[in-house]
Design a protein around this ligand. Structure first.
Ligand code: ZN
Length: 348
């Protein structure tokens, strides 16, 4: 059951290209491979379960399975067979367990990543399916998602995109039509995400992207997933607009304090739940929030409006604003002083 050496070498090279280095042990490689990668300052330990993706045997497809199915057999070191015997994937607190099927294409690999949590217990030689056309989609597109009947989301990607997968694995595996329905209309979804829940299999229509375009597609997708995750998090803890206090349940925005374009992160300490008006005025710098969460109308605008004879409209606005931010009870979800200060300094 040794881990395929060529695949392991390609994986090590792919992470090496992104600055994460390691040295593979001698053959035979264990499966799972428990291995630590490091940069100059950080380490990252992976427990890698990986087996080759193969076509389903014709005998099996005669049993009513749709054609074009590929599969991966869960068969790893030390697994026990027998009726009622369950095998277990290994999870450690300081490690990231991954469950991969891999498919070789010339000198490249496509990986189908299964959700290890869902398969933590498995029967001997359990078979995990993946559709051939989803592999083709990932080959052309860089990344594809397949939702299985069990609601599991399988993420299929070029091995060179492995870091993006590792960084967002749990978000990817929790991508469901339900979690997406509260976001944007379909047209704004990145193509890979839009196609995740569309049961159309005409991969012939897909353009073949070059490496750079593929990377861009993946970046677009991961950006979307990150933002989606951020939005879901913020909306779950803000019951009202932090600036004006009105409760617009279903139209609250998840606003970034430091904009993403300026290095802002998709984390609670950089987020606020705001109504669309306050969001706009905050982003434009008309409304300022200082490090102590106090809310102001920007004096620069006050002068400008005064000169235009519109001071009255700012007075009206002022009356709708809270004095300080409305924040969730749990401090874990509060914005950080640093982020508030950075934006306050930049905009006042
Ligand atoms: Zn508001």
């Amino acid at each position: 059951m040794a881990l395929d050496r060529e695949f392991a070498e390609s994986l090590v090279n792919a992470l090496g290209g992104a600055g994460w280095h390691t040295v593979l042990p001698d053959d035979p490689l264990p499966n799972p491979l428990d291995i630590t990668f490091s940069t100059q300052t950080h380490t990252r330990r992976l427990i890698i379960y990986a087996r080759k993706i193969t076509p389903q045997s014709s005998a099996e497809s005669d049993h009513g399975r749709p054609t074009g199915e590929m599969h991966v057999q869960m068969l790893f070191d030390g697994d026990q067979r027998g009726r009622g015997v369950r095998n277990h994937l290994r999870f450690e607190t300081d490690a990231h367990t991954v469950l991969f099927g891999f498919y070789r294409l010339n000198d490249d690999y496509v990986v189908a990543a299964y959700d290890p949590i869902r398969h933590r217990e498995y029967a001997y030689s359990k078979s995990l399916q993946v559709k051939q056309w989803k592999i083709e989609e990932a080959v052309k597109f860089g990344i594809a998602f397949q939702t299985r009947q069990t609601d599991e989301v399988v993420v299929i990607f070029h091995l060179d995109q492995i870091l993006q997968y590792l960084d967002l694995a749990s978000e990817f595996h929790n991508l469901t039509p339900d979690t997406l329905s509260d976001t944007a209309p379909d047209e704004t979804l990145p193509p890979a995400v839009r196609r995740a829940f569309v049961p159309i299999l005409d991969t012939d229509e897909l353009p073949v992207l070059d490496v750079e375009e593929r990377e861009q597609r993946v970046a677009e997708t991961t950006r979307y997933i990150r933002n989606h995750q951020f939005r879901r998090g913020i909306l779950s803890v803000y019951q009202r607009c932090a600036i004006c206090g009105f409760q617009y349940d279903y139209i609250l925005d998840a606003a970034h304090i430091v904009p993403v374009a300026e290095g802002g992160t998709d984390t609670y300490d950089n987020g606020l739940g705001l109504c669309p008006n306050c969001h706009r005025m905050f982003d434009k710098g008309l409304i300022l929030v200082d490090r102590d969460c106090r809310i102001y109308i920007n004096p620069r605008y006050a002068e400008e409006y005064d000169q235009m004879g519109l001071a009255g409209s700012l007075d009206t606005l002022q009356q709708t604003l809270r004095e300080t931010l409305w924040l969730p009870e749990d401090e874990h979800f509060h914005p950080s002083v640093d982020n508030l200060r950075q934006t306050f300094e930049a905009r006042r």
